[in-house]
Design a protein around this ligand. Structure first.
Ligand SMILES: NC(=O)c1ccc[n+]([C@@H]2O[C@H](COP(=O)([O-])OP(=O)(O)OC[C@H]3O[C@@H](n4cnc5c(N)ncnc54)[C@H](OP(=O)(O)O)[C@@H]3O)[C@@H](O)[C@H]2O)c1
Length: 337
């Protein structure tokens, strides 16, 4: 038995390129060990953290070496099992790698309940990005009426969920994004109160002052670097900021935190909190069922970009990092599900 997989062909430079990867055939013919399942992979998740797996000094401790299959999460159908938890026909989520088939220990898999129209959303609004939005808003101090919230990468997988959850609570939301399509999507579809195109118009500090003349009460930051500095500068005294990610630094890797920003935190008595969703795993069940109810009732839109074909996964990751995608980016591997 063989599978198609995407491997890292060479060490990426500062900006990742699709041809840093190659598509290849590999054998996957060994018998399953006890507890393992063989999966046919249907969906892959494209995520910012995957850029950090390719660095020579890896961002999260794990590293994909030249010649290795690219790591990543996916959704698959069990086609053979030596597990007591899963039987052929079950749908599961876990670390599959960028491949058409995978052999995975059952301990590393969770069920993808209901192989339905919602299947790929288990990687997006019902998966890590949705949980990050839901639990991140809670960690920000349960925003509500009277709050003025700034969200960076507001059209992204996490951001598009944050803005909808906050709007549903009566919060005034200003989103940061890039490009006319994402700007009008946020305004017209997600009913965001104000949108700033980070690549157009006045310098960001001025645009933020114009959008919220009395300042923001809270800031959900997905981008980091200069956007974090400018967003903190736009908070009211005692404002709150959640540091969720720093995608602007994943490729360039040059941190910009001027000492002046640290002084500002003190002078303005800002509350600045770092957030990692996996610290909140005990609340995943509760958060996922709340998100699923909102999705089923139509109160929450799943914003998703579907890329067709395993071979397009490298370009999908490059597009995500370059701001060319919107919502949750998923790759449909085999055209079913
Ligand atoms: N803390 C946690 O536990 C946790 C969990 C999941 C994700 N995260 C982090 O949360 C953030 C959002 O994740 P996501 O999956 O929803 O990704 P995402 O926001 O969809 O990421 C892609 C978007 O980031 C924005 N971006 C890229 N480079 C930028 C730059 N140099 N300056 C400004 N914006 C830039 C672009 O949006 P625009 O063009 O629209 O600005 C781009 O479309 C990421 O930083 C991710 O690593 C954290």
């Amino acid at each position: 038995m063989s599978r198609m997989e995407i491997a890292l062909k060479r060490q990426p430079g500062q900006h990742l390129r699709p041809d840093d990867f190659e598509l290849r055939n590999s054998a996957l013919d060994h018998a399953l060990d006890k507890g393992q399942v063989r999966l046919r992979v249907h969906w892959l998740s494209i995520d910012p953290y995957q850029r950090g797996l390719l660095d020579q000094v890896p961002m999260f401790g794990r590293r994909v070496m030249v010649g290795d299959m690219m790591a990543g999460r996916g959704i698959g159908e069990v086609i053979e099992s030596r597990s007591e938890r899963f039987v052929p026909g079950d749908w599961v989520i876990g670390e599959t790698g960028w491949a058409t088939e995978a052999i995975v220990p059952d301990s590393a898999l969770v069920p993808a309940a209901g192989a339905s129209e919602f299947l790929s959303h288990h990687l997006g609004v019902l998966g890590v990005p949705g949980l990050t939005a839901f639990l991140g808003l809670h960690a920000l101090g349960d925003v509500g009426e009277g709050d003025v919230l700034l969200v960076s990468s507001a059209a992204g997988a996490v951001g598009s969920t944050v803005v909808q959850l906050a709007k549903a609570r009566g919060v005034k939301v200003i989103g940061l994004t890039s490009g006319a399509a994402k700007t009008s999507f946020l305004r017209e579809q997600l009913k965001v109160d104000g949108v700033i195109d980070r690549l157009q118009g006045p310098p960001l500090p001025q645009a933020l002052r114009e959008a919220a003349p009395d300042g923001f009460s809270c800031f959900f930051d997905n981008v980091g670097e200069q956007m974090l500095v400018d967003g903190l500068g736009a908070l009211r005294p005692r404002g709150r900021a959640l540091l969720c990610g720093y995608i602007a630094g994943y490729e360039v890797g040059a941190p910009v935190v001027p000492a002046e920003t640290l002084r500002l935190i003190m002078r303005q008595r800002l509350e600045v909190r770092g957030f990692l969703v996996h610290d909140h795993a005990s609340r995943f069940g509760e958060a996922r069922s709340a998100l699923e109810d909102l999705l089923r009732s139509g109160q929450l839109q799943a914003v998703q970009t579907v890329v067709q074909g395993l071979e397009r996964a490298p370009a999908a990751l490059c597009d995500l990092l370059a701001g060319r995608a919107s919502g949750k980016v998923v790759v449909r591997v085999l055209g079913s599900g």
